[in-house]
Ligand binder design. Structure first.
Ligand code: ADP
Length: 631
């Protein structure tokens, strides 16, 4: 029979696997066992949905059978099995979670160089392919509940064959013919009882089905005779190698941080330990256990559509869903983990799950728990919280803004913004607590960068008064604070807002008088800048700069930029107001200029105000020419 070729991507991975100098080849066993366990879950779940007749939970097993004579290690399960098509597609292609993540990480490391590869393989679920690290031939016998049996076979790179085979039972049997030992590579160890036992303990102890193996046991032979030493003989005995108790079902004190960390890395495909582990056990109207992890960094695909949000869902130790989205609100989408509840029926369909009251109650509790854990971290371990915030601030801010601020109150105390005065991130509470006595509002500046915020001319007076300024450099920031509107009864005010409420009645009056005096000049400047600005007026918030640019009616230029950059933004009209500093020598000079000169001055002032606002120049060449002329 002609051999079929592996798909191109698979081939590359396979090649890396086979030639890997990787020292943890042993993980192949974990991968095969975990596939077997998933397959049993699937079969059990399907049986329960059909009403649960047929097999009992305790009938399921995974069996390891090493044989020195044939140099094979056989892994047998009575899970769901694979059809011919599945054998082709699942074992002939890489399209699956673990393997894909692995491949992507590899692509990032330079063309599969040995060093990064070494770390990468150990952390990702690399799946079935990893068996090629230790095998020269692999046979997979498999049969599904209502299908015929098949045999899939491959020697590795040169492809595979699939043919009908009368496999007697439902399930899968994988026969690995181990590679020959070579210098520094002891493949024979995978035939030894001791190695297999310790590998199961190390990687697969919490697999929920028994992993069985015939074990040599020394037992007393016959009755002990008077005056003679007891004789022993070696017999084969069936043993269960794993404890089967899932990690989250063991008592809290019994599980070490390292065990949690390894569980997290193995199950959620992260190379790092989690930043924090949260364990929740609830007994009551709805009972459940949850094991949650907050990653240290955002996964590479976190901000893409492909990111799979949600928690694994178990019903009494049997996985019923890989990523249940309904358990987490969007803004906590970075949380990884699982929920196990005996109250959820195995019988439930995935569609019905969405409307399940118990599930809703669990989701609601978890949300509160995550929020309070984060708050605790913020109060107790600021550095750790900052690591968290660096990775996931956007999620929190988006949560504040989303759904018209429905969750703003719930999330506001998790926010941090950069304080111009403290020169570090502060909470809103810290900002308000440090406000000067006469300060009425929380002032902020939005911009593309810290430099832009700190240099914003509109904020000059605010800072001269000794008020702190929060710098908002994320696109979502200003949207979030506008939704919040106030914090601890202090309103938010953008430095660019029309009225900052800083001037006293007298100051206002004085400004009005000045404006009346300069009325003609302001009119002329408006004509000079026709089509560019809607209005030119005097400002009381500038202390150093000559001018600043604002949106008409207090519309924020930053928000305009964000909206404009959105897909399908279309034509967004924006009108500008140029504010001038009447105390500035350049302003004072304006009145003395000829019409032509004033027009050029106006143009220069306007263009540099655009720059300060983070807007592009209308015509860089013309601007440059004008600047040179004045030099
Ligand atoms: P992954 O486990 O990351 O999905 P694998 O390469 O390990 O990738 O396996 C690919 C697919 O092959 C699995 O998702 C599963 O559908 C199928 N499979 C593997 N082993 C078994 C098995 N023992 N029984 C049934 N199906 C299996």
């Amino acid at each position: 029979m002609a051999k079929k070729q592996f798909k191109a991507e698979s081939k590359r991975l396979l090649d890396m696997m086979i030639h890997s100098i990787y020292t943890h080849k042993e993980i192949f066993l974990r991968e095969l066992i975990s596939n077997a366990s998933d397959a049993i879950d699937k079969r059990y779940y399907a049986a329960m949905q059909k009403g649960g007749e047929g097999m009992d939970r305790s009938d399921y097993f995974i069996r390891l059978t090493p044989s020195e004579t044939t140099r094979t290690l056989t892994i047998t399960d009575n899970g769901c099995g694979m059809t011919e098509k599945e054998l082709e597609e699942d074992l002939g292609t890489i399209a699956k979670s673990g393997t894909l993540a692995f491949k992507q990480a590899m692509d990032k490391s330079e063309e599969g160089k040995a060093a990064p590869e070494v770390d990468v393989i150990g952390q990702f679920g690399v799946g079935f392919y990893s068996a090629f690290m230790v095998s020269k031939n692999i046979k997979v016998y498999s049969r599904t509940e209502d299908g015929e049996g098949h045999l899939w076979e491959s020697d590795g790179q040169d492809g595979y064959t699939v043919k009908p085979f009368d496999y007697p039972t439902v399930g899968t049997q994988i026969v690995l013919t181990l590679k020959d030992d070579e210098e520094g590579e002891d493949y024979s160890q995978y035939l030894r009882e001791y190695t297999l036992k310790s590998l199961v303990k190390k990687y697969s102890d919490y697999v929920r089905y028994p992993i069985r193996m015939m074990e040599e046991k020394r037992v007393p032979k016959g009755e002990k005779e008077e005056g003679k030493p007891q004789e022993y003989e070696t017999v084969m005995e069936d043993a269960v190698l794993n404890s089967m108790v899932p990690l989250w079902k063991r008592s809290k004190g019994e599980v070490t941080e390292e065990e949690y960390a390894r569980f997290y890395r193995d199950n959620f495909f992260d190379v790092d330990d989690p930043l924090t582990t949260i364990r929740v056990s609830v007994e009551g109207a709805v009972s459940y256990t949850a094991l949650l992890f907050i990653p240290k960094k955002a996964p590479w695909d976190f901000f893409t559509k492909g990111y799979k949000r949600g928690l694994k869902l178990y019903s009494n130790g049997v996985m019923i869903m890989d990523a249940c989205e309904d358990l987490l609100p969007d803004y906590f989408g970075f949380v990884k983990g699982l929920v196990d509840s005996p109250d959820l029926s195995l019988n439930i369909s995935r569609e019905m799950l969405q409307h399940d009251r118990q599930l809703k109650a669990i989701a609601n509790n978890l949300k509160k728990k995550i929020q309070s854990e984060l708050k605790k971290m913020l109060d107790g371990d600021r550095e750790k919280y900052e690591t968290f915030y660096k990775a996931f601030a956007q999620s929190i801010k988006f949560g504040v803004y989303d759904q018209y601020g429905m969750n703003a109150d719930f999330l506001k105390d998790l926010l941090l913004f950069y304080s111009a005065r403290e020169e570090k991130d502060v909470t809103l509470h810290e900002y308000v607590a440090a406000m000067k006595e006469d300060q009425k509002a929380i002032y902020y500046a939005a911009g593309d960068s810290l430099g832009h915020c700190l240099g914003l001319p509109q904020a000059e007076l605010i800072r001269d008064k000794g008020y702190d300024l929060l710098c908002m450099t994320d696109d979502v920031d200003e949207f979030a604070v506008r939704v919040l509107a106030s914090y601890e009864e202090k309103p938010f005010k953008a430095a660019t807002d029309e009225d900052l409420g800083l001037a006293s009645e007298e100051e206002k009056k004085a400004m009005e008088e000045k404006a009346a005096e300069s009325k003609d000049l302001l009119e002329k400047l408006k004509e000079d800048l026709a089509g560019k600005v809607k209005e030119v007026k005097l400002s009381d918030r500038l202390t150093k700069s000559v001018a600043c640019l604002n949106g008409e009616g207090g519309v924020s230029i930053e928000m305009y930029k964000v909206l404009k950059a959105m897909p399908n933004a279309g034509e967004l009209p924006m009108e500008f107001v140029l504010e001038l500093n009447p105390e500035h020598p350049v302003f004072q000079k304006l009145a003395t200029l000829s019409d032509t000169d004033r027009k050029e001055y106006a143009e220069l002032i306007y263009q540099q105000a655009r720059l300060m606002a983070g807007l592009p120049l209308d015509d860089p060449a013309a601007f440059s020419e004008l600047v040179c002329k004045f030099m």
